[in-house]
Design a protein around this ligand. Structure first.
Ligand SMILES: C[S@@+](CC[C@H](N)C(=O)[O-])C[C@H]1O[C@@H](n2cnc3c(N)ncnc32)[C@H](O)[C@@H]1O
Length: 328
C-alpha cells in the first residue's frame, strides 16, 4: 500500500521540499562517485546534456525550486483538477516531481517523470519513487521518433525548467501535443531569455576554450538565440500553429540574488561544458564564466567585499495549453 503524501497547504509543500532537499544533497555525494566509477553509455542527446545530479542537488538548483514553487502556487487550482496519467518532462532528480507536483494533483492522478538523462532517472528512481503513483523513464522530448506506445497516453503534461535545453523547441512542443490525449492539458515553464547564456558564446571566442565550446550557441534558449524581441508572442504563435488552444501564455521578469559561492554553485550545476574541459583548465574556466556572467548581466554588481551579493535578471516563459478534443 502506498501512503498519500500528507501535504495540503502551500507552506507545507515548501517546508517539506526544503527539508528533503537538504537530506538529499547530503546523500548526493555517494551518487556522484557511483556515476563516475561506472559511466553510462552516452547516446547522442545524453552526451549533450551534462548536468550532473550531484551539482544540481548540492545547492545549484535553488533558483529553479523557487520559480517552480511560484508556478505551482499560481496554478494550484488547475493542478488540483489534473487527474489520470501525467507526464513530468525533464523531471531531473525527481524531488520536485514527488514533493511539489504529486501532492498538488488530484488524488487519482499518477505521474511519470521523464528525463533524457539516464543518470537523472536512476537517481530519481532511487530517491524519489516510493509511491505507486510515481514512476520514471528515459525520454528525449525532442526526439524525431516518439516511442509508439507513448503517443496519446497522457491526460496532462508538466515541464519545469527543461524546455530551454531544447535546440528544437517546436519539435518538443509537437511531441507534447502527440503525447497528450484529446482535451489533455500541459503546463510548462522555462527560460525565455537569460543574459548568462551569452557568456557561453563570448567564451567561445577565447582561443583556449574555443575547441570545447564550438556548439555553445545551441545552449542559448530558443527565442534568445533567434534574437526575438517578443518572446511571448513568438511562443504563442508556435503553440497555436501546432494546434494547441492557449489557456495562458506569459513572460515573467525575474531576478535572483546570489552570493559569490551560490552563483558559482549555480553555474556549476547547469554547465553543459564542464565535462569536456581538461581538469587543469576547469577552475580558470569557471572563474572566467562567473566573471562574464556578472560583467554582462548583473542588475546590481558585486562590490569589493566577498560577502556582497549580485542580482541577475532573466525572463521566464509560462504556457498553459490544451490539445483540442477534435483534432484534424
Ligand atoms: C534544470 S533540470 C529541471 C529539473 C526539475 N524539473 C526542476 O524543476 O528542478 C532540467 C532537466 O531537463 C532534462 N532535459 C534536458 N533536455 C531534455 C530533453 N530533450 N528531454 C527530456 N529531458 C531533458 C535534463 O536532463 C535535466 O534533468
Amino acid at each position: 500500500m502506498y501512503e498519500t503524501p500528507n501535504i495540503n497547504t502551500k507552506d507545507e509543500v515548501k517546508k517539506s521540499v526544503v527539508e528533503k532537499r537538504v537530506q538529499r544533497a547530503v546523500a548526493a555525494t555517494s551518487i556522484s562517485y557511483q556515476h563516475r566509477d561506472s559511466p553510462l553509455k552516452l547516446n547522442e542527446t545524453i552526451d549533450k546534456i551534462v548536468m550532473e545530479v550531484e551539482n544540481y542537488m548540492g545547492g545549484g538548483s535553488d533558483m529553479q525550486h523557487r520559480d517552480a514553487l511560484d508556478v505551482v502556487q499560481e496554478f494550484s487550482y488547475e493542478l488540483s483538477k489534473m487527474s489520470g496519467k501525467c507526464l513530468d518532462i525533464g523531471s531531473g532528480p525527481g524531488d520536485i516531481t514527488k514533493d511539489m507536483l504529486l501532492p498538488m494533483l488530484g488524488e487519482n492522478a499518477e505521474i511519470v517523470g521523464a528525463d533524457v538523462s539516464q543518470a537523472m532517472v536512476n537517481y530519481a528512481r532511487k530517491n524519489y519513487c516510493d509511491s505507486k503513483r510515481l514512476s520514471y523513464m528515459v525520454l528525449n522530448i525532442e526526439t524525431s521518433e516518439l516511442p509508439a506506445d507513448q503517443i496519446g497516453k497522457y491526460d496532462n503534461a508538466l515541464s519545469f525548467y527543461c524546455l530551454h535545453w531544447c535546440n528544437d523547441l517546436r519539435r518538443a512542443f509537437e511531441n507534447i501535443y502527440k503525447l497528450l490525449r484529446p482535451n489533455g492539458k500541459a503546463l510548462t515553464m522555462f527560460i525565455g531569455r537569460h543574459g548568462g547564456f551569452n557568456a557561453y558564446t563570448e567564451l567561445q571566442q577565447v582561443p583556449k576554450y574555443r575547441s570545447y565550446l564550438q556548439d555553445a550557441h545551441l545552449y542559448v534558449p530558443y527565442f534568445q538565440r533567434r534574437l526575438c524581441t517578443d518572446i511571448r508572442g513568438s511562443l504563442r504563435e508556435m503553440l497555436a500553429d501546432i494546434g494547441f488552444e492557449i489557456l495562458h501564455c506569459s513572460t515573467r521578469e525575474k531576478s535572483y540574488k546570489y552570493s559569490q559561492q551560490s552563483l558559482k554553485d549555480h553555474i556549476l550545476a547547469i554547465n553543459p561544458f564542464l565535462k569536456r574541459i581538461p581538469e587543469d583548465m576547469k577552475s580558470d574556466f569557471i572563474n572566467h564564466l562567473v566573471y562574464k556572467v556578472i560583467n554582462k548581466n548583473a542588475l546590481i554588481p558585486f562590490k569589493k567585499n566577498v560577502n556582497d551579493h549580485v542580482i541577475l535578471r532573466y525572463d521566464l516563459l509560462i504556457a498553459y495549453v490544451q490539445k483540442p478534443l477534435l483534432t484534424v
